[in-house]
Design a protein around this ligand. Structure first.
Ligand code: PXP
Length: 237
């Protein structure tokens, strides 16, 4: 059974909408752990649009399962990661204008830079994963530059609009996972997975972990809204 990593960026996004202190992504992390998640994921973006430096310091202190810091290979961010020393770093491409991580890393085109970042992180005993598209060339290159873990980008599968397109994307992911396992890599998967489409990916033999954020936090609003209103009504009374 694959493990579950919960991405809590979306809690910080809501906090940033008001620029205050709630909801606190660190408090969210503790609830996720209590509910049985296997790791917590937070992306320290260069523009700090959601998770900030103080969050990752606290997360490193309080997370008891595994803290997986999602990050670009920007030199400043790499230096911050070396100081914080999360259990794992997942390297992703990052564009200022994007709403979310749009594609996987192009390892073949940027292998020297990525390799350097991987070495700097590994030097501090941080496990390193590369977020890549289900593409054999990219997977081969990831292995060649010395990473042990990859995460396959499931975004295209999640966004596929009909059964045929979903099956095509699923097949790419399945083949990519099989190929990665044949190279001895640990394979995770994530992006856009939700309560309808995650099961099929979870059933792929050998997948180590699914990293899911948006759909879990979205569902939490509805599963918690009834009680939140009840609590406020009781307080007013
Ligand atoms: N894995 C990686 C590497 C990501 O960049 C993201 C999005 O931040 C996720 C998983 C989670 O994606 P989602 O929020 O769509 O579940």
């Amino acid at each position: 059974m694959p493990e579950l990593g919960v991405n809590i960026d979306h809690v910080a996004t809501l906090r940033q909408a008001r620029g205050g202190v709630e909801p606190d992504p660190v408090a969210a992390a503790l609830i996720c752990e209590k509910a049985g998640c296997n790791s917590l994921v937070a992306h320290l973006r260069e523009d700090r649009r959601h998770i900030n430096d103080a969050d990752i310091k606290k997360l490193r202190r309080v997370v008891k399962t595994r803290f997986n810091l999602e990050m670009s290979i920007n030199q400043n961010i790499v230096q911050i990661a070396r100081k914080i020393r999360p259990h794992q770093a997942t390297l992703v491409p990052e564009k200022r204008q994007e709403l979310t991580t749009e594609g996987g890393l192009s390892v073949t085109k940027n292998s020297a830079k990525i390799k350097r970042a991987v070495e700097l992180l590994k030097e501090k005993d941080i496990d390193v994963s590369l977020f890549i598209d289900p593409d054999e060339k990219e997977i081969y290159e990831a292995k060649a530059i010395g990473v042990d873990i990859i995460e396959i980008h499931t975004g295209r599968y999640s966004l596929a609009v009909n059964r045929e397109a979903t099956d095509i994307e699923y097949r790419k992911i399945k083949n990519a996972i099989d190929y990665s396992l044949s190279l001895g890599l640990v394979v995770n998967a994530g992006h856009g997975l939700n309560y309808l489409n995650a099961k099929r990916i979870a059933n792929i033999k050998g997948v180590n972990e699914l990293n899911i954020g948006h759909s879990i936090i979205s569902r939490a609003i509805f599963s918690g809204l009834y009680k939140a209103v009840k609590d406020m009504k009781a307080l007013i009374k």
